[in-house]
Structure formats: structure tokens, C-alpha cells
Design a binder for this molecule. Structure first.
Ligand code: PMT
Length: 211
């Protein structure tokens, strides 16, 4: 199977030396990409800036901003049998990017932000017949209800509801625990376990559902 996975955070520039980002380390996305490779799939990994080693046997496409990730993903997605969006993509970016280093002035500074593209929603609209589209929902409240809403709104086949209010799972940790929700109402609790084991379980369920 041709599989595309996204991982890591995005960086949204404020000026030449500052940016907005989040706490994603890429561990969950890289675990998914490596587990897919080891299951015999042909894997492309679109990754935001992370401190992880480049995985062997995987096509790595490094990107920085949400706009770059959108371009890289939308260009490749139509050829993929399975797309998993695990990246923590910024929802907002500064409306104006200052060319040099912004000078410090007296008083407060107000940054005006604008929405980025919802890449997963775009993928849900352009989904070819037979493609499996999987998202993640990073939530601190109403985990399952919010995840179910994203599954529906973004036209996904599966979504991994990830409680990111806990420090032992989610962002940055070596372990994770998710509830995998299917479009057909199926529900699987996965973990707590290593991100690699969680990745293997997600892939097994999702790829079985496509057969
Ligand atoms: O990288 P780690 O440190 O290992 O942490 C893993 C993780 C917590 C980042 C990961 O397990 C996870 O939950 N990833 C999803 C993060 C996220 O952005 O969730 P969200 O609920 O805000 O977004 C919902 C879905 O839409 C996600 O699949 C996201 O990739 C996608 N999205 C979001 C915003 C946007 N502009 N475009 C998108 O495609």
C-alpha cells in the first residue's frame, strides 16, 4: 500500500527570528511511519521540524509551515491508499510576517492572526474512491464527542482521539493511549503502550478495514 503520514509541529513565522509553534515532537507520527514501513508499505512522511533521526526506507518530505505542509500533502495524497494526519498543524498564523527582526517598543504588542488551511478537511473533500483517510483529534475536554465531530466534519474513515491534557501520553511522551473511532461506529481503546505499539495497532485495524 502507498501510505502518507504527517508528523510533528508546524512553525508560523512572526519575523526573521521568531515563530509560533506547539509541543509536538513527531514521535507518534514517526512511529506510525516506521510501523507502516515494517508492515511492508511504501511510506512517505511529511514532517514538520523535529529532533528525530531520519527513518531509513521512508521518503521524508521536510516542511516548516502549515502552508508548506498543505502543499506537500495535497500534491501527494491523490496517489495514496492510506493517509494518516498525525501532525499538529497550526490553526492560526501571523497575518503579517516582519522581514527582519522586529524591534522592541514601549508597551504591549498585539499580534493579528489569520486561519491556516485545514489540510485534513481539504483531503476529506478531495478523497479518491477507496482511499482510507485517518485523522487525530488532540483534545483536553469532551474527548470522544469532539473527536466524533471531527470525524464527521472532515469526512474521515477513522479518527484517533488523543487526550492531550495528560503528561504521560500525547505530546512529547514515549507512550500514548488513544480511542480509535470508525465512521461505521466501531470503537477501539488502544494503549497505554509505547507509541510504536499504539501505531502498530492503529495500522492493523485501519488497513484491515480497507480490505
Ligand atoms: O508528536 P508527539 O509529541 O508524539 O505528539 C503526538 C500528538 C499528540 C501531536 C498526536 O498524537 C496528535 O494528537 N496529533 C494531532 C494534533 C492536532 O493538531 O489535532 P487537532 O485536533 O488540532 O486537529 C485535528 C486533525 O486535523 C489532525 O489530524 C490534524 O493533523 C489536522 N489538522 C489540524 C489543523 C490544520 N490546520 N490542518 C489539519 O490537517
Amino acid at each position: 500500500m502507498k501510505v502518507l503520514v504527517t508528523a510533528g509541529p508546524t512553525r508560523e513565522k512572526i519575523d526573521a527570528v521568531r515563530f509560533l509553534t506547539n509541543r509536538s515532537t513527531g514521535k507518534m507520527g514517526y512511529a506510525l511511519a516506521e510501523a507502516a514501513r515494517d508492515a511492508g508499505h511504501e511510506v512517505t512522511l511529511v514532517s514538520g521540524p523535529v529532533a528525530l533521526a531520519v527513518p531509513r526506507g521512508i521518503t521524508l518530505v521536510p516542511v516548516e509551515s502549515a502552508a508548506e505542509m498543505a502543499e506537500a500533502v495535497k500534491e501527494r495524497a491523490p496517489q495514496m491508499a492510506l493517509v494518516i494526519m498525525c501532525a499538529a498543524v497550526a490553526d492560526y498564523r501571523p497575518k503579517l510576517v516582519v522581514a527582519g527582526k522586529m524591534k522592541k517598543r514601549e508597551g504591549d504588542l498585539v499580534l493579528e492572526l489569520e486561519r491556516t488551511e485545514d489540510i485534513l478537511k481539504s483531503l476529506g473533500r478531495m478523497k479518491p474512491d477507496g482511499q482510507l483517510l485517518v485523522g487525530f483529534a488532540a483534545e483536553t475536554d469532551d474527548l470522544l464527542a469532539n473527536a466524533a465531530e471531527k470525524l464527521e466534519k472532515k469526512n474521515l474513515d477513522w479518527i484517533c482521539a488523543n487526550d492531550v491534557g495528560r503528561s504521560d501520553i500525547g505530546f512529547g511522551s514515549d507512550e500514548n493511549c488513544v480511542t480509535l473511532l470508525g465512521r461505521d461506529g466501531r470503537r477501539y481503546g488502544i494503549g497505554p503502550d509505547t507509541k510504536r505499539a499504539v501505531a502498530e495497532a492503529i495500522l492493523e485495524i485501519v488497513t484491515d478495514s480497507g480490505q
